[in-house]
Design a protein around this ligand. Structure first.
Ligand code: NDP
Length: 263
């Protein structure tokens, strides 16, 4: 039997064990997926090997540690410098970032999107901005403070703090901040949001529920989407790596989405 896990701190809330175990069981793959509360990111690789895992997901705050500790990093994760998926391949730990690909797949239903405004400049913003830039979208970023803008500026992305921002027209506005996670706060000042939402077509929030930001976007008659599909699709891509492309994507989506809906 193959063993998989998610490492994080906290990790209790993670829906990954539910999604992966339901897909493993229904696709009749001899595997099991557990959660591991890690105190020290430096110990990630040792724990992975000690537990004889075949693959793992990595969540907050260890995605950068995982990037450093992986034997090889593939795809867009090399630019993001953070990974959320580790796979054992010929004794080596191979790292991927499936948050980026999961997000990209989750906006495939949005048509004619050329320009995107990202709110926030944390780890999720990095993954999303980097994949969108790679896919040739015009990407702009707006963050509360200046502190974290350098990564984006160095990657050729126009990045502003609230004070510096001048309104432009964007097709899609994406909230990657945690504003609205546990309260009704907005991810940027309301006057800025009203201006950009007025001219946009779509609004997306990486948080898994209808936030104050999405409610405001609806008032502006935008098509809105929350982060559930991103959660689902990052898991689907990780599962595909774990099981070495053994199953059709449609089947993995079927079982993982069922797990998310039913439990
Ligand atoms: P980080 O802690 O790395 O980044 C947080 C960012 O949000 C910073 O730019 C910070 O600004 C900004 N911010 C925080 N609070 C506020 C606020 N009240 N108002 C305005 N800006 C704020 O977070 P992550 O990128 O790791 O995660 C962000 C969110 O994404 C979380 O809610 C997480 O649950 C969600 N997520 C969803 C996924 C999915 O699959 N759907 C996958 C991964 C994450 P500043 O720099 O000024 O401090």
């Amino acid at each position: 039997m193959k063993l998989f896990a998610i490492f994080g701190n906290p990790v209790k809330h993670s829906k990954s064990p539910l999604m992966h175990n339901y897909a493993l069981k229904n696709l009749k793959y001899n595997g099991c997926y557990t959660r591991i509360l890690l105190e020290d990111g430096e110990k990630l690789k040792d724990e992975f090997l000690k537990l004889k895992l075949s693959g793992a997901n990595i969540t907050v705050p260890f995605k950068e540690d995982a990037y450093r500790l992986a034997d090889e990093v593939r795809g867009v994760a090399k630019k993001i410098k953070a990974i959320n998926t580790l796979v054992l391949e010929d004794g080596k730990l191979i790292g991927y970032n499936t948050d980026a690909g999961g997000f990209l797949k989750s906006i495939s239903e949005f048509k004619k999107v050329k320009s995107v405004l990202i709110l926030g400049a944390g780890g999720t913003a990095k993954a999303i901005a980097t994949i969108l830039k790679e896919e040739k979208f015009s990407v702009t970023l707006l963050n509360r403070s200046k502190n974290r803008l350098d990564y984006f500026k160095d990657s050729g992305i126009n990045a502003y703090s609230w004070n510096e921002f001048k309104t432009q027209k964007f097709d899609l506005i994406v909230n990657t901040t945690s504003a609205g996670l546990d309260d009704d706060s907005l991810p940027a000042p309301k006057d800025i949001l009203d201006e950009v939402l007025k001219n946009a077509k779509y609004a997306y929030d990486v948080i898994y529920k209808e936030t104050a930001f999405l409610k405001l976007a609806k008032e502006h008659n935008l098509i809105v989407k929350n982060g559930l599909d991103m959660l689902l699709l990052q898991g689907v891509i990780a599962f595909d790596y774990f099981t070495k492309q053994k199953f059709k994507e449609k089947k993995i989506v079927k079982y993982m989405s069922k797990a998310l809906k039913e439990f």
